[in-house]
Design a protein around this ligand. Structure first.
Ligand code: SF4
Ligand code: SF4
Ligand code: SF4
Length: 219
């Protein structure tokens, strides 16, 4: 593969790492474009300006965004976790492509806003619906936007390396997806979610009861 061309294409992609292009990150999309396996108009975060730059680099005509991949957002957003509701299930940390969520199991989790790309990947897996998107402090200017993209690219690559390392050193690491990955049926997954939510509700009700007690007038 033409590595230089891949680098050049990747440098023009926004590094949101959202997967909306149909590939698991900006770099795989860049590789697919370079190999002629993907079109230049599949990246909603890059929008029309991104397509124009890709067309210029590749010497092909620009074209409209293929909206079957989604629509661009009017402004940048970041995720925020309602820490009162978070039950520390870690589902969100497992999917964040740039390791922008910190927190341990059964502990409150927090988004590092400066590192969040607004990819939205953490929203769906949260069983408590306690992650929302809020407007981000805009990084105006080409230099600051490039710095943010470079940082996201590094964190994305670092995460991939970390996952590969963890898989290699863990004695329980699956040798191959086909053999070792436990098959979680939708029912099992649902049951797991339900158990987590029930535990969280129990805790929330206890906290509320305690708060109500504290509000009772002193006789
Ligand atoms: S920003 Fe999202 S849609 Fe665009 S190339 Fe990267 S992963 Fe694909
Ligand atoms: S915190 Fe959520 S929205 Fe932000 S980068 Fe991680 S997965 Fe994407
Ligand atoms: S997925 Fe939701 S509940 Fe679970 S750790 Fe993340 S924010 Fe907390």
């Amino acid at each position: 593969m033409n590595q230089l061309l891949i680098e050049q294409i990747d440098a023009l992609l926004p590094q949101t790492q959202c997967g909306k292009c149909g590939f698991p990150g900006c770099r795989p999309y860049a590789e697919a474009i370079a190999a002629g396996r993907a079109d230049i108009n599949q990246c909603p975060p890059g929008d029309q300006e991104g397509i124009r730059k890709l067309a210029q680099l590749l010497g092909v005509p620009s074209k409209p965004l293929n909206t079957s991949h989604g629509f661009p957002r009017p402004g940048k957003v970041v995720a925020r976790i309602d820490e009162q509701l978070c039950i520390g299930c870690t589902f969100c940390t497992r999917v964040c492509p740039v390791d922008a969520i910190v927190g341990a199991g059964k502990q409150m989790h927090t988004v590092i806003a400066a590192e969040c790309t607004g990819c939205e990947l953490c929203i769906a897996p949260c069983p408590m619906d306690c992650i929302s998107l809020i407007p981000a402090a805009e990084k105006t200017g080409d230099i600051r936007q490039k710095q943010a993209a470079d940082s996201a690219r590094s964190r994305y690559q670092f995460r991939l390396q970390r996952l590969a390392r963890e898989k290699q050193i863990s004695p329980k690491a699956p040798k191959s997806k086909a053999i070792a990955q436990p098959k979680i049926t939708p029912t099992a997954a649902e049951e797991r979610k339900r158990a987590i939510v029930q535990a969280a509700l129990k805790r929330a009700m206890a906290i509320r009861a305690q708060a109500d007690n504290n509000r009772l007038p002193v006789k």
